[in-house]
Design a binder for this molecule. Structure first.
Ligand SMILES: [Zn+2]
Length: 228
């Protein structure tokens, strides 16, 4: 709590995590600890894969950007958190109750491709060729990380299929142990329903996330899908 004894500059609140035992730093403004630059560095450093040094580099880069670009960056962050929501049907992201894909009447509503993350959906869309709908599970089973089936949107998928009109469900989970276990759990919940369950062809490198596969590989995997 030593930092709290330092008088915060007028009009500034102390950083939310300012009571962490970090050593006080001097930012470009000459203030020590808890200033705007420190808060920005802390924010970057809280992102996955960003160490303290990278966080400092990014923060200083933002400082040197034209003001309009920096504010557009801030607005983009605000937008994704305040304007985007999960689609009520497929859990894709969108700005309305139902996402653009679910609202598109040209999409084939008889086919649903099950993916783990919105990023996977975007990769498949980027690859092109697929005209069906999606279902985003919002993760994959991971016993070690405490992610059980109840944490995934499996039951809403079962409801979608039960409601009728679906003929094929394609498993597009990551081709690794956890992704396969997830697909199996989903398939077990769908067992007995009058649908065909298929999976993406394994042209994909085992273990590679869909988002890391190139477009042609993804398009081939979709076109060459096999019985699950
Ligand atoms: Zn949707």
């Amino acid at each position: 709590m030593a930092e709290q004894s330092a008088e915060p500059p007028r009009g500034e609140r102390p950083a939310p995590r300012g009571d962490r035992p970090t050593r006080p730093k001097t930012d470009h403004s000459g203030r020590r600890g808890g200033g705007p630059l420190d808060r920005l560095v802390d924010s970057f450093a809280g992102l996955p894969g960003i160490g303290r040094k990278s966080a400092e580099r990014l923060a200083h880069h933002l400082l040197q950007m034209p003001l309009a670009d920096a504010l557009a960056f801030a607005e983009a962050i605000r937008g994704v958190r305040e304007d985007l929501r999960s689609c009520a049907v497929c859990f894709n992201l969108g700005e309305e109750d139902r996402c653009a894909i679910c609202r598109d009447p040209r999409r084939d509503a008889t086919t649903i491709c099950v993916v783990e993350r919105v990023r996977d959906l975007l990769a498949l869309e980027e690859a092109g060729g697929y005209r069906g709908l999606y279902h985003v599970l919002q993760g994959r089973l991971s016993p070690l990380a405490g992610v059980g089936p109840e944490r995934l949107s499996i039951e809403p998928l079962v409801t979608r299929v039960r409601d009728g009109g679906v003929r094929e469900v394609i498993m597009g989970t990551t081709p690794n142990v956890e992704g396969d276990a997830t697909a199996l759990a989903v398939a077990q919940r769908l067992a007995g329903l009058p649908i065909t369950i298929t999976k993406l062809a394994r042209g994909l490198t085992v273990g590679a996330a869909l988002e890391q596969a190139n477009r042609d590989m993804l398009a081939d995997a979709m076109a060459g899908r096999q019985p699950f």
